[in-house]
Design a protein. Structure first.
Ligand code: HEM
Length: 343
């Protein structure tokens, strides 16, 4: 049901975008919607991150799976059981940029005779990594639409990402020019990796069983965003100069549709991207912000060295033994109970 619901939802979004083009709601789709989506994204992400950051973390709760720092002659596992800020930074870096825990993921299978077999499973790690990195590169490359002049870093990323030339040289209008559509690898890798992650949920019965609409929907949305982008770039050859006029007008807060027409596919692309932006703060995609704030990952495990006292514990009024003896000394002496201080 959740799968069918998600298919219907993304199909409806494409239908809405096409209807918007047919009804000439271009200004709404290319100006009003992007501003609204960006505002929702920024405010929503900020709200959730601030809320998480203000959650108290009085104790050390890192998940550990290696030897903690102890006696000098016992070897410490600094990455899995970080005992200093440097070790935590190394652990966070490996986790966030290389998905280290996913790399160590194992697969469990039941074999004949009820035997259990554990095996290495690196596919999810590989495609997960490809998916996230290519997504980042695609988004960074898109920044060329929003800056004039285009920053050197974005140009360098674009240059590195398009080192393959695709297609045959085509004669230009004057018969001399050639146009070579450059293959942007990150876009194609993004589509391939997102498709792998989607098919994994379809094909592996255990994963299919636990998949919800909140898993299917964002994957389908991202697949469609990548597909529409690829169609625009290599098939319809959208007028990127017109797109840049539009995006610069948005970036400079003087929104205006360009005089030149832009392909309907652009409007589908933009409606899907805006939906992703609006959906983002309310969804599991917030792991982008959460991974930095996870106390099971970002805390030093120094519970053996430092006593962490819960700051909002109520003050405890102790009744010490000497106070007790002061209260009952005479009765204790009468009953023959030894006392530390004589009356
Ligand atoms: C979540 C954000 C976005 C994703 C994941 C995404 C994805 C893609 C992908 C995969 C392509 C295929 C070609 C390539 O790899 O560059 C593409 C092309 C394109 N996208 Fe996006 N896109 C996003 C946001 C946007 C936005 C905000 C705009 C508004 C200007 C836009 C406009 C375009 C255009 C005009 C193309 C064709 C580019 C060309 O011919 O070089 N995209 N997009």
């Amino acid at each position: 049901m959740s799968f069918i619901f998600s298919i219907i939802a993304v199909t409806a979004l494409v239908g809405v975008a096409l209807a918007g083009v047919a009804l000439d709601l271009r200004y709404f789709m290319a100006v009003v919607l992007p501003y609204a989506a960006l505002a929702t994204f920024v405010l929503g992400v900020a709200y959730r991150v601030l809320k998480w950051s203000s959650a108290p973390v009085p104790f050390r709760i890192p998940t550990t799976c290696g030897q903690a720092k102890g006696l000098d002659w016992v070897k410490t596992n600094k990455i899995d059981n970080p005992c200093s800020t440097g070790a935590v930074l190394a652990r966070m870096f490996l986790e966030i940029f290389l998905f280290r825990s996913l790399f160590r993921n194992t697969r469990m299978e039941y074999r004949e005779g009820g035997k259990v077999r554990y095996g290495s499973s690196k596919w999810l790690w590989l495609f997960g990594l490809l998916f996230h990195w290519s997504f980042l590169i695609v988004v960074l490359r898109h920044m060329r639409f929003f800056f004039e002049p285009v920053p050197g870093l974005i140009q360098a990323i674009e240059h590195a990402d398009t080192f393959f030339e695709m297609g045959l040289p085509l004669p230009g209008p004057n018969g001399l020019e050639v146009s070579l559509p450059l293959l942007a690898q990150s876009g194609v890798i993004l589509l391939a990796a997102a498709t792998f992650l989607f098919l994994r949920r379809v094909v592996v019965p255990q994963v299919r069983y636990i998949s919800l609409a909140s898993d299917w929907f964002p994957l389908l949305l991202i697949i469609l965003i990548a597909k529409t982008g690829i169609i625009m770039r290599y098939v319809l050859k959208v007028d990127v100069v017109a797109v840049k006029k539009l995006t610069m007008s948005l970036a400079t807060f003087h929104p205006a549709l360009p005089a030149e027409p832009i392909s309907f596919m652009f409007y589908v692309h933009i409606v899907l991207v805006c939906t992703l932006l609006i959906y983002f703060p309310f969804s599991k995609l917030m792991h982008l912000g959460g991974v930095w704030l996870s106390p099971t990952r970002n805390l030093v495990n120094n519970s053996r060295e430092v006593r962490h006292v819960n700051p909002w514990n109520p003050e405890v009024h102790f009744h010490t033994y000497s106070e007790y003896e002061d209260d009952f000394r005479e009765q204790m002496i009468e009953a023959g109970i030894p006392v530390e201080k004589e009356a």
